[in-house]
Design a protein around this ligand. Structure first.
Ligand code: S3P
Length: 423
């Protein structure tokens, strides 16, 4: 589907509620499936990725029911698989976390994915799981993954990369293993798994960059999923770069392992404010007010990278409207996402007229750019590219056309509708 974008409104004004967090939605379904009893999940994401997780769990014999805005999951605390082959769609979170869960079961299973997911690296989970005694066959460390369920042993694993998916995979495998399993990462990645497992009664300990887990039974949860800061990032950016904008985004998840974008906006001199903060199910939540701002470039590197990893494409758009140079470093893992997001962002923003340079682990953006537009751009089957280019379209002089815009449905089916509420 091709989408044309131009700015046919003056500014963004008003209030919106951002859709539910994708990462937390995945985890709520998976962990409820492991918990004996009835769990209630309110405000479950309507993105295609969490739906993939839901379908995998259904295939594993878990009963699920939607009632009004509630998803009710009933589990016997163990799986009774209805089939052996499970399709994870486009979702890396589904495949990597489910592999951790399935490796220690007493049955075999196969996980498959779409073209993009089948090209993504799985060595990062197969290696540590193998050290735990797991048997997983793959196509040169890529999906499909054939998992031979068996009893596992604990490990203390030190990871070279900061990845919540790898960390969660190992913790979930450790949940069913006698002894203590630990995972250490170079920087702290998102910690939704640790927080939710703890809230469900698991023996989880967090010591800086190390998380450990002991064999535990999970209790069912009753959870309301907060808004996704990664989805809010497109609105935050649009309000910052469209003159006279002033918006409020309600009920956004503000877990400190996810708020790197807010720190970057502040560092760039952006007018952003947290209006009210509360806590639900161990997760911080709040309202964000953002206004149009004069921005300046900055350096983004090191420990902040995992705290804004999914926001880098839209931060690149933001940087085009900042005075001076913005340098993004230490983000080489961006090349392993739904697309190679370094090459994709640089190639497509260049087409719009941005002065941007690709580096092995990031990019250098020279602002402030007046973007010519008037061209067709590509999404690389990547939802975050589609949404970032859409926002870039608002600051182009001429209309742009985005090919493959339908990929927004992976995380944010109501993306465009929500923007039109603010015109
Ligand atoms: C996610 C972790 C991150 C992120 C992805 C969601 C998660 O991936 O990019 O969109 O829910 O755990 P990595 O663990 O590969 O960094």
């Amino acid at each position: 589907m091709q989408k044309t974008v131009s700015k046919d409104f003056k500014y963004l004004k008003g209030e919106i509620n951002i859709p539910p967090d994708k990462s937390i939605s995945h985890r709520a379904v998976m962990f409820s499936s492991l918990a004996k009893g009835k769990s209630i999940i309110r405000n479950f994401s309507d993105g295609a990725d969490p739906k993939s997780t839901l379908e995998v769990c259904q295939g594993l014999g878990i009963s699920t029911e939607f009632k009004n805005n509630e998803l009710i999951i009933t589990s016997r605390g163990k799986f009774t698989p209805l089939k052996g082959n499970f399709f994870c769609g486009n979702s890396g979170t589904t495949m990597r976390l489910m592999t951790g869960i399935l490796a220690g079961q007493n049955f075999d299973s196969v996980l498959t994915g779409d073209e993009s997911l089948s090209g993504r690296p799985m060595k990062r989970i197969i290696e540590p799981l193998s050290l735990m005694g797991a048997k997983i066959e793959s196509d040169n460390y890529k999906a499909p993954l054939k998992i031979y369920g068996r009893e596992l042993n604990p490990i203390n694993y030190v990871s070279k990369i900061a990845s919540a998916q790898v960390k969660s995979c190992i913790l979930l495998a450790g949940l069913g293993v006698d002894g203590v399993t630990s995972f250490t990462e170079p920087y702290v990645s998102r910690n939704h798994t640790e927080l939710m497992l703890k809230a469900m009664g698991a023996g989880v300990n967090i010591h800086g960059k190390t998380v450990s887990i002991t064999k535990s039974e999970l209790a069912p949860i009753n959870i309301e999923i907060c808004g996704d800061i990664s989805s809010a990032a497109y609105f935050i950016t649009a309000a910052l770069i469209i003159p006279d904008s002033d918006i409020i985004i309600r009920n956004v998840g503000l877990n400190p392992t996810r708020t790197g974008i807010i720190d970057v906006v502040k560092q760039m001199g952006g007018n952003i404010e947290i209006l009210e903060e509360k806590e639900t199910c161990g997760e911080k939540v709040g309202d964000i007010r953002v206004k149009y701002s004069n921005l300046k470039g900055c350096i983004i590197s090191g420990e902040i990278i995992p705290r804004l990893i999914d926001e880098i494409p839209i931060i690149a758009v933001l940087a085009t409207q900042a005075q001076g140079t913005t340098t993004i470093k230490d983000a080489q893992d961006l090349r392993n996402k739904e697309s190679d997001r370094i090459t994709a962002v640089v190639t497509e923003l260049k087409k719009l007229g941005v002065s941007i340079e690709e580096t092995p682990d990031g990019m250098i953006i020279r602002g402030k750019n007046s973007l010519a537009g008037g061209v067709e751009v590509e999404t690389y089957h990547d939802h975050r590219l589609a949404m970032s280019l859409y926002v870039a379209g608002f600051v182009c002089q001429k209309e742009i056309s985005i090919n493959g815009f339908e990929w927004v449905n992976i995380s944010f089916p109501t993306f465009e509708k929500l923007f039109s509420k603010l015109h």
